[in-house]
Ligand binder design. Structure first.
Ligand code: HEC
Ligand code: HEC
Ligand code: HEC
Ligand code: HEC
Length: 425
């Protein structure tokens, strides 16, 4: 316990970035500055305006981000803080960095309150330079961005913003110590989480005209690529291992250690990859999804990607230097696919993508819970973007059922649910 406390204190005292680059460049004036009834605090959507102006209502009533600071006051958080030896969750920088808009004090305007949780400016950037100007009809989104508004409509920018807290950065990370103290496991899929937030804006023809059209497939793919990139980058830092007996366990597949012993998960695919039974595996869920993407759109490159992924898993059982070089090789491979996120996909392409995902589900590829979860989230997101989610509801419900509870997850049951669902896709 003592060593954990020391490690957290070091994190707390170092000058770290609590926000995504671009979010804290200017002063944050606080939710109260956005929420008045003449601004974004209307009770119902305002007719005839570009934006609904009731965003505050959606955020305060339905968006978990509005509760994120209050979560730190709950008994659950008190327990996590006590287990970590922290005086209080509401004052610990490590908690506030993800559960509030924890910007430096010189960036806080007079109405700013950290207890507002993850407020408007935590995502839209400090409004110091655009608060006065942004409401005028003649002002374009580009003008606002030039004055410090964060371009959260751009897929990559959005992925970086959300993943900064939902996966972490080198400055804020939910370590295994935090998990072991009782923090829930983090999972993320950009398209699904964007929908679940829930959206406080409407993407219609007017929106597309002002901000550009972004297809669900591109958003989903950007999330997968950016998650992989982020993992592979962090794996090459001291955060993964600074020389102690065990590396940072949060980089490993949680369920490779945490699952009941009576359900045997060993499978032929792992044997083929040169992985021995009873080994801890690095998290690869987003890389498995990238394999499915590659199989669909660049089949000639699949063998190479599978080889690199298996190399990373084997490296994760050896030492830091081997992990660094395996992660670097994979990152180089992923970087070269960046253009894929901006490609135009036809409905037939998205359909083909779904077919590969559900096929992966029906094989050992989804033998780990986190991979199965990504397959289900991806299938649902792509079904929304194809507009046939209601028609696929029965198949999607069966798949959700198979991943509903990670403790009870059975790879065999999931594979057979996916095999059944193959007919629907
Ligand atoms: C400053 C950190 C931060 C940023 C940035 C952030 N989130 Fe979150 N998000 C959180 C925290 C913390 C919670 C949990 C809040 C709680 O329940 O107390 C959360 C909860 C959520 C939930 C609810 C999850 C559930 O299990 O119900 C969704 C959905 C979500 N975030 C989506 C997003 C999306 C999409 C983005 C990017 C546009 C984003 N978040 C950006 C920190 C962040
Ligand atoms: C790297 C960012 C990060 C850090 C650091 C972090 N959290 Fe979280 N926390 C999240 C996110 C994201 C969620 C929502 C997870 C989800 O539902 O997908 C969350 C969820 C929670 C929940 C569950 C909330 C709910 O709605 O059920 C609690 C409790 C919690 N965090 C407490 C803490 C405490 C206490 C600390 C400090 C020791 C902390 N968190 C540090 C990102 C973080
Ligand atoms: C967790 C991140 C997050 C938080 C918190 C958040 N937003 Fe947003 N907001 C988004 C995303 C993502 C979009 C969609 C992309 C875009 O248009 O920038 C968006 C879009 C918008 C839009 C644009 C609508 C349009 O048609 O152009 C407005 C206005 C808006 N938000 C206002 C607010 C207000 C006001 C608050 C606080 C009460 C808030 N947002 C809190 C993420 C967030
Ligand atoms: C290398 C194996 C390993 C991996 C990988 C691993 N854990 Fe753990 N976890 C442990 C061990 C060992 C403990 C300590 C259990 C104890 O104290 O009884 C633990 C404890 C926990 C606890 C507290 C359980 C308790 O009963 O006190 C939670 C929650 C947890 N881990 C979550 C996670 C999450 C989430 C991940 C993935 C991000 C993860 N673990 C990855 C081995 C692992």
């Amino acid at each position: 316990m003592k060593s954990i406390v020391v490690a957290l204190l070091i994190v707390a005292s170092s000058p770290t970035l609590a926000a995504e680059p671009g979010v804290a460049d200017y002063k944050h004036l606080g939710v109260a500055s956005c929420a008045t009834s003449v601004c974004h605090g209307k009770l119902a959507p305002a007719p005839g305006k570009h934006v609904a102006l009731n965003e505050y209502q959606t955020w305060t009533r339905e968006d978990r981000h509005a509760q994120a600071y209050r979560t730190l006051e709950l008994a659950e958080s008190k327990r996590i803080a006590a287990n970590l030896g922290l005086p209080s969750a509401t004052t610990a920088k490590i908690c506030l960095d993800c559960h509030a808009d924890n910007i430096p004090s010189d960036k806080r305007g007079p109405k700013f309150q950290v207890s507002d949780g993850i407020g408007c400016e935590a995502c839209h950037g400090g409004s110091e330079k655009w608060i006065e100007s942004h409401a005028a009809e003649s002002v374009t989104h580009k003008d606002n961005v030039a004055r410090g508004m964060y371009p959260s409509e751009q897929p990559l920018k959005r992925a970086q913003l959300c993943l900064g807290c939902h996966l972490g950065t080198k400055d804020r990370f939910a370590t295994h110590a935090i998990m072991g103290a009782g923090h829930p496991r983090l999972s993320f899929e950009l398209e699904a989480y964007t929908a679940n937030q829930p959206a406080h804006y409407v993407v219609d023809a007017d929106y597309d005209q002002r901000k550009g059209r972004i297809e669900g497939m591109n958003l989903w793919l950007t999330g997968q690529i950016e998650s992989s990139r982020r993992m592979l980058t962090l794996l090459q830092t001291d955060m993964f291992s600074s020389g102690s007996m065990f590396p940072e366990l949060a980089f490993y597949d949680c369920h490779s250690c945490h699952h009941p012993m009576d359900k045997i998960r060993w499978n032929a695919l792992r044997a083929g990859a040169g992985i021995k039974p009873g080994t801890v595996r690095l998290q690869t869920q987003n890389l498995i999804v990238l394999q499915a993407v590659t199989e669909t759109f660049e089949p000639a490159a699949l063998t190479e990607l599978v080889g690199l992924t298996n190399g990373l898993i084997r490296a994760g059982q050896r030492d830091r230097a081997t992990v660094t070089s395996a992660a670097k090789a994979l990152l180089d491979w992923v970087e070269k696919r960046d253009a894929l996120t901006r490609r135009q996909f036809s409905a037939a392409d998205v359909n083909a993508m779904r077919k590969t995902l559900v096929k992966y589900g029906a094989t050992d590829k989804a033998g780990d819970y986190a991979a199965a979860e990504q397959i289900v989230l991806g299938l649902e997101s792509l079904s929304y973007s194809l507009g046939d989610r209601d028609k696929k509801k029965a198949a999607l419900d069966a798949l959700y059922n198979a991943v509903k509870n990670d403790t009870a997850f059975s790879p065999q049951q999931f594979a057979s649910a996916a095999a059944n669902a193959q007919r629907a896709f």
